[in-house]
Design a protein around this ligand. Structure first.
Ligand code: NI
Length: 184
């Protein structure tokens, strides 16, 4: 187990463009991904991008059966995506609440395309290509944004829909499981 410190908004590393990975099958990348999973599971994140633990490489992970931070979300297969790219398949945008381990204790409503195709390489060097929608698509777009130095607050169109979980819940604007903010 190697749970890493998750950088928080304000750290300049979170605003940097990450570099393409030359060899997705290297020991270095395998160790990085192990640390990322340990960290994501520890903090009950739905996904994590390498720059969040201070490594500026184009690697994201995501997936869960059931996530207490997003109790109503459908399950997403646990996935490692190296050098990912996204193609937008729908002009329709959906707006929903997002959180981020780098923006602890907060939620904001973010508009994003409803359907995407994502591709990337896994740890065995195999190509992954999936057409997805809903929360799955949202998580992948959120994680891939991290690789370009973008945090979800930069995507919020109406900043009145951004705030602390406690306040949003207190006023009935955001609903989550009781344990939702326990690790933030
Ligand atoms: Ni995030």
């Amino acid at each position: 187990m190697a749970i890493q410190t998750v950088l928080r908004i304000g750290d300049p590393s979170l605003n940097k463009i990450s570099l393409l990975v030359d060899d997705p099958c290297s020991t270095e990348i395998r160790r990085l991904v192990e640390d990322m999973f340990d960290t994501m599971h520890h903090y009950e994140g739905a996904g994590l991008a390498a720059p969040q633990i201070g490594v500026l490489s184009r690697v994201v992970i995501f997936g869960f059966e059931h996530n207490p931070r997003y109790p109503s979300a459908e399950s997403v297969p646990e996935t490692v995506l190296i050098n990912p790219s996204i193609e937008i398949l729908s002009t329709e945008k959906l707006t929903d609440w997002e959180g981020c381990l780098s923006v602890p204790g907060m939620r904001g409503r973010v508009p994003r395309p409803s359907r995407i195709r994502y591709t990337g390489i896994d740890l065995e060097g195999q190509v992954i290509e999936r057409d997805v929608e809903g929360f799955h698509a949202r998580v992948v777009m959120h994680e891939c944004d991290h690789l370009d130095g973008i945090l979800y607050p930069q995507r919020i169109e109406n900043l009145a829909e951004f705030g602390f979980i406690e306040e949003l819940q207190l006023h009935g604007r955001y609903q989550a499981a009781p344990c939702d903010s326990s690790n933030e």
